[in-house]
Ligand binder design. Sequence first.
Ligand SMILES: [Zn+2]
Length: 274
Amino acid sequence: MKAITLLYHDVVPSWNFTASGFPGADASIYKLEFSEFQRHLNAIRSVIPRCSTASELGVHACSALLTFDDGGVSAHTHIADLLEALGWRGHFLVTTNWVGKSGFLNPSQIRDLRRRGHLIGSHSCSHPERMSHCTREELDREWKNSVSTLSQILGEPVSIASVPGGYYGRNIAEAAAEVGIRTLFTSEPETIVRVVNGCRVLGRYTIQQGVTAATAAAIAAGKVLPRYRQFVYWNLKKTAKLAGGTQWLRLRKWVLARQTFASHGRSVRGGWEP
Ligand SMILES: [Zn+2]
């Protein structure tokens, strides 16, 4: 079984990056301006008839899914309406320690999204910087508590999740499977669906600023070249991360801080990937 899953984050009006999701330049590069996101959806709609959901996996030979990480409030204020206008539903993965905080979904908004047919899942409690480096006890806590929080909000079991920070390891899937997560999205740019202890593990293609609507549509349609480009870039970055360890996060913070000073004269908060 194969699935093509796109990884989006927040969608903000008028380039107001503080309107939704985590603050800072390192988070903003993953946020799309509202009209740009509209262009992405229109381009995707022009090449595939509809986007699927995790509950439909296996029905079609190869499905395209849309996921939105972090739990920013734009899921409710902007994204859901646009998806529903096309008859599509999204997967909203929520970082539960931020539920109800400024820029993030509150419990009633989470319930409303679910009532409208969208899928709600965990994006951990605390958004660890390098989740694959967490101890088993930490992983158990991140999944168990976040799934419990969302299940209480929704009044139903929660069985999907996504890995924060881009650091995936089999240990993360094993801990997720233990608490009943049956679909786990990573940031690995791949289409193959793996199964770890009964949990389906799906890769995703990250859409950040600079990825054009045409490229997003080509990825959703299964075109090889844009997916291969992202695969090569991701694995080069992964090699640098492995070699650099925490130095990688410090270097990333330093580079983004220089970019932010150059463009806005402001600093950013510390090494973090959504
Ligand atoms: Zn995230």
